[in-house]
Write a protein that binds this ligand. Structure first.
Ligand code: MN
Ligand code: MN
Length: 283
């Protein structure tokens, strides 16, 4: 396995982007194996040219550091405090954090760290699932509760979900009663919904990309595959649309035991595109 994400060889101090891995699948309810994803995504990242042809940005010119994987145990509260302190360190040094999951339970402690620096933070979650259960199998920190935990922190006016197509009837009724903003997957005009979202959001934006938002035809190596999803290029368009405001990113839920390598490669390429466009805007 590769030790670092391709072209992320700069020191922490000199880097604009800091990549870290969250090799955890302790709450995964269907297919296990997401813990292997950070290293699988790193391995596949070497497939690509340093030059991002679509952006005119060469990643050799973009200083990035791969911090490695967070050391994790079975106690999620302890894991969460490690995640939070690492992300706090990254953003207090004015660097852009990029989390490679692992499962989606990564994101709530990341957001806890982010709101301390950005009190008016907005969060865009791209996910096939609403993840709005208050807990799952008794676990408050389940990956099925990611949106709910972030909602507890931010309330309804700073969260938007995109690409949703799976939720329990209780989740749907609670989401509606809570005025949670979400755009369902399907025939909707993506651009119109993104414009509505940006009307609501002012200021910094964190993007959490649960790879299962993408149709399993394109991204089959996923813990909980869900048909009728977005295309990879719609994800690229979404990243481009919100890129001015981005302050952090994570890419979660790739499941290498069910992947021939292409889903990890897609995760790596989307991450590289995001780094390229954020670099181009801030340079
Ligand atoms: Mn999720
Ligand atoms: Mn999901």
């Amino acid at each position: 396995m590769s030790k670092f994400f391709a072209d992320a060889e700069e020191s922490f101090e000199e880097s604009k982007f800091v990549i870290y891995g969250y090799p955890y699948d302790g709450t995964a309810c269907f297919r296990k194996g997401t813990a292997k994803a950070p290293d699988a995504i790193r391995e596949q990242s070497f497939n690509f040219e340093t030059n991002l042809m679509e952006l005119g940005v060469d990643l050799v010119d973009v200083p990035a550091n791969d911090w490695g994987n967070i050391e994790l145990g079975e106690n999620q509260e302890e894991n969460n405090s490690r995640i939070k302190s690492l992300v706090s360190e990254i953003i207090s040094n004015n660097k852009f954090p990029i989390g490679l999951g692992g499962e989606h339970s990564l994101t709530p402690p990341v957001i806890e760290a982010m709101v301390e620096k950005y009190p008016n933070l907005n969060v865009l979650i791209m996910d096939a699932h609403l993840d709005f259960r208050d807990g799952y199998e008794g676990n408050h920190w389940s990956h099925a509760s990611t949106t709910r935990r972030i909602f507890d922190l931010l309330g309804p006016n700073n969260i938007w979900l995109l690409g949703v197509r799976s939720a329990s009837s209780t989740e749907v009724s609670e989401a509606r009663a809570s005025k949670l903003n979400y755009t369902e997957s399907g025939w909707v005009d993506l651009r119109e919904h993104l414009a509505d979202m940006l009307d609501l959001f002012q200021g910094p934006l964190y993007l959490s990309l649960d790879m299962d938002v993408i149709d399993p035809a394109f991204a089959p190596g996923i813990g909980t595959p869900e048909p009728f999803g977005m295309t990879p290029y719609e994800v690229v368009q979404t990243i481009n649309f919100v890129s001015d405001n981005l302050v952090g990113f994570d890419c979660v839920e790739v499941c290498p035991p069910f992947d021939n390598g292409n889903t990890s490669a897609l995760a790596a390429r989307l991450t590289r595109h995001l780094m390229g466009i954020v670099h181009r805007i801030r340079n």
